[in-house]
Design a protein around this ligand. Sequence first.
Ligand SMILES: CC(C)(COP(=O)(O)OP(=O)(O)OC[C@H]1O[C@@H](n2cnc3c(N)ncnc32)[C@H](O)[C@@H]1OP(=O)(O)O)[C@@H](O)C(=O)NCCC(=O)NCCS
Length: 174
Amino acid sequence: MEIRPLTRDQIEHVWSIDRSEIIENIYTLKDGELVLHPEFCDAPGWEEGEPEKYTPLLQESFDRGGQFFGAFDGGKLAGAAIVDSIWRGPRKDLLQLSFLHVSHAYRGRRLGVRLFERSRQAAKERGAKGFYISATPSEHTVNFYRHLGCIVTAPDPELFAMEPEDIHMECVFS
Ligand SMILES: CC(C)(COP(=O)(O)OP(=O)(O)OC[C@H]1O[C@@H](n2cnc3c(N)ncnc32)[C@H](O)[C@@H]1OP(=O)(O)O)[C@@H](O)C(=O)NCCC(=O)NCCS
């Protein structure tokens, strides 16, 4: 499986990633601590209208210098990651890992970690001290990021307003 930069023309291929997931528990924050709650959701895939709504935003991110990476199984996109170029955090020294998805059939094979590492390398080369991540609150996703050293952080007001249910995290690079 090869990880390589995505071209602008390939951005729309991210919607071919099968993001389906059975969620059994989600995290919320209580007094700054993560609390796990049972909440079942058989999330089937991208919501209707998501590609139409988000493709222009992804293209804008690409045009302002966002870095896009794809994990390819031959010609098939198995996963993708995006590092946006807007500086975040109180010291404006974090870059947002704004997208990280691995197709359902490819999960658990370290592709997520490889995409995270490739993105981290790219962000470090830009001078970032760490990642800002607005994470889907599912147990699996948040635990994946915690496993990689991410911790809960003070939310960025703009990103929090967009995803108030997300768990807002940062990962300081070593
Ligand atoms: C979250 C996601 C990107 C992870 O990708 P993945 O390829 O399945 O994960 P990996 O196989 O690379 O995970 C590997 C590492 O994370 C650890 N890990 C994965 N899930 C974990 C969990 N629930 N709890 C603890 N550790 C976990 C594994 O132990 C493994 O570490 P190791 O190799 O050091 O033992 C993927 O499951 C996904 O796309 N989920 C749905 C979409 C989503 O929520 N994306 C994030 C949006 S913010």
